[in-house]
Structures are given as structure tokens and as C-alpha cells.
Write a protein that binds this ligand. Structure first.
Ligand SMILES: [Cu+2]
Length: 336
């Protein structure tokens, strides 16, 4: 029995240390959407723990009470069948559990898919987040600025991310602010998110997308409204404009550090259309590529180019990383 001491110590140490890791960031929410998810996770764990507790207590009770022992040697229990009360109990209880969890799931899903109730009266700040080859591009159409691998948002503000990808499917995830959502090349997906605590939160791609996947992280900085306005003003005054050539270079690169521009790529490389446009039955198939004909010939920067027989990878079947990978844009965990 003595040997178990170190094991218990290790277990306790892990319990103390692990909550500081980003892997449990979902249980340390800093915005309404993430808080809804965290509450749902904790509630589910409590319900499941209750079910387990009942099962194990009954199990131990039956083992102890009905085990073979001297006092009941040769005892054979009465044959029983059709106990209506017992059968009703074990049918109704699971129905109640499933119904309860269903209501919780529908309510929480509805909550995180929409603007949080406390920010309902605001027009959301729209930010396009597009991924390319292990980078994230953030375009602010209202401000007319663009960043790479970091995104700044004002605190207590509804933000609507519109997600798409210049390549494989990726998944946009800022664990402390909201759940993950897929970014695809042919349609936009929408993610509502708000931060209610000023701070820096790690964001990542949570869908494996190739060899650079592990380095595909970005910083989400939740700033006071005044700091945010100052930052936007400074970017507009000091950052270079994003030209089409510069943007092609950004797309071609495998990894990049942070970049800041005083114009967006949306003007010359529009995002893909809303999925609903061609699902309504009114549009034609070509409506899907809402970039318009003038962009069809510029397939390099169109997020949903027509299928081509050759991709950028075909010309270089085994690209090796010659230079060391750039360090992650977010160096630190968000320890409190
Ligand atoms: Cu579609």
C-alpha cells in the first residue's frame, strides 16, 4: 500500500497544475459565448457524475448484500418477472435525463449561434477571418484595415466573424471567447463572439490542415474601446496599403509573423458568397462564385477557384522546411 503514495501525489499535483494549461481554457471563459459553453460542459459533467454515482452505489450495495456468505448458504432467490414499478423507473429516468440534456443543448446552441443577449442592441463589428496555409488574415471592412496572425477587438462589443479559407478546411477557435467553427473555401460561416474582460487570448486552428498546423496560432487582444480606436487610427496613419501583389505574396508564404495594413484584400479578392444564396433555388450555379466575372480570371487570390489540374503543391511534391519555423505569435499562456 505504501507504494501508492507517490501516485496520489502525482495525481494531486496534476490537478493543481493542469488548470493553468490552455487545454482547459474552455473552462476559463472571458466572454458570454464561451461562458455558455463552459456552463454546459460543467452541467453535463455533473449530470453524468450523478448517473455514475447512482450506478456505483447500487452496484456496491448489491455486491455486499447478496454476496455468498455463511448465513445465506444454499439461498436461491425467488423468481420474479413483470415488476411494473421497477420497469417504469428504469424507463422514465433515462427519458428524463435525455429530455433534460436535449433542452440544455438546444438552448445553449441557440445562445452561442446568436449575438449574446447583453449585446443584442449593438450592431456587430464585422471582421472577416480567412485562413491560408497556416496563417490567418483578418479584414476589417468597416475600418478598412487588415492584419495577419493577430486580431484586436474592443471589449463589451458584439463581434461577427465571417470565416472562409483560401485552401483546405480549417477551424477558427478562440477557446476563452467562443466555440470553434469551420472556415471553408466556397462559403462563409458566421461566428458571434464578445469579450467582456480586457486581455490577450490565444486563438488557433482546431482542424488538422497539414504540416504547418501546429504553428497556426494567433493572438486575440480584447482592448478597451479607447485603445481600440487609437489602434485603428494609428494603423490607418502608419501601416502600408495592402496591394494585390503583396497579398499574393502573403497567400504563397507558408508561415508569417504579424502584419498590419491600412486596406483590406476584400476589394480585389472578395469573400465567397453566402451559402443561402444558392440554396434558395432562385440563384444559378454561377452565383456561388459571387466574386463576379472580373475575378474569375484571377484564381490565385479567389478563395474558391475553379478546380484546376495542378495545385501549388503539385509543382513541389515534397516541400521541406529549410529555415526554422517562426516562433508562435502568441508566446505566453493567458495565466490569470
Ligand atoms: Cu454551399
Amino acid at each position: 500500500m505504501k507504494k501508492k503514495g507517490p501516485l496520489y501525489a502525482l495525481f494531486l499535483a496534476l490537478l493543481v497544475i493542469l488548470p493553468g494549461c490552455s487545454s482547459l481554457a474552455v473552462l476559463n471563459p472571458k466572454g458570454p459565448a464561451a461562458r455558455t459553453l463552459s456552463d454546459t460542459i460543467i452541467l453535463s459533467i455533473v449530470v453524468m457524475a450523478f448517473v455514475l454515482a447512482v450506478v456505483y452505489i447500487l452496484y456496491i450495495f448489491v455486491l455486499v448484500k447478496y454476496r455468498a456468505k455463511k448465513s445465506n448458504e444454499g439461498y436461491i432467490p425467488e423468481h420474479e418477472e413483470g415488476n411494473k414499478v421497477l420497469e417504469a423507473i428504469w424507463i422514465i429516468i433515462p427519458i428524463i435525463i435525455v429530455a433534460f440534456l436535449s433542452v440544455v443543448t438546444v438552448k445553449s446552441t441557440h445562445a452561442v449561434e446568436n449575438v449574446a443577449s447583453e449585446y443584442k442592441d449593438q450592431a456587430p463589428l464585422v471582421i472577416y477571418a480567412s485562413s491560408s496555409n497556416w496563417k490567418w488574415h483578418f479584414s476589417y471592412p468597416e475600418e478598412g484595415i487588415e492584419t495577419v496572425n493577430y486580431v484586436n477587438i474592443p471589449v463589451h462589443r458584439a463581434v461577427e466573424f465571417r470565416l472562409y479559407s483560401f485552401g483546405t478546411i480549417t477551424s477558427f477557435w478562440v477557446p476563452q471567447l467562443a466555440g470553434q467553427k469551420y472556415a471553408m473555401s466556397d462559403m462563409l460561416t458566421y461566428l458571434n463572439l464578445s469579450g467582456d474582460t480586457v486581455g490577450s487570448y490565444i486563438g488557433k486552428n482546431s482542424n488538422f490542415s497539414g504540416k504547418g498546423f501546429a504553428h497556426m496560432e494567433f493572438e486575440t487582444l480584447v482592448m478597451t474601446d479607447a485603445d481600440y480606436q487609437d489602434w485603428v487610427k494609428e494603423v490607418k496613419e502608419t501601416a502600408p496599403a495592402l496591394t494585390e501583389d503583396e497579398f499574393k505574396g502573403l497567400l504563397a508564404a507558408e508561415h508569417l509573423g504579424r502584419k498590419t495594413y491600412s486596406s483590406t484584400h476584400l476589394e480585389f479578392s472578395p469573400p465567397p458568397g453566402d451559402h443561402s444564396e444558392h440554396m434558395s433555388g432562385h440563384g444559378t450555379e454561377t452565383d456561388m462564385h459571387n466574386g463576379g466575372e472580373e475575378h474569375e480570371d484571377n484564381k490565385e487570390i479567389h478563395p474558391s477557384p475553379a478546380p484546376s489540374s495542378q495545385t501549388e503543391f503539385d509543382s513541389n511534391p515534397a516541400p521541406e522546411v529549410e529555415e526554422p519555423l517562426p516562433s508562435s505569435p502568441v508566446e505566453e499562456h493567458t495565466h490569470e
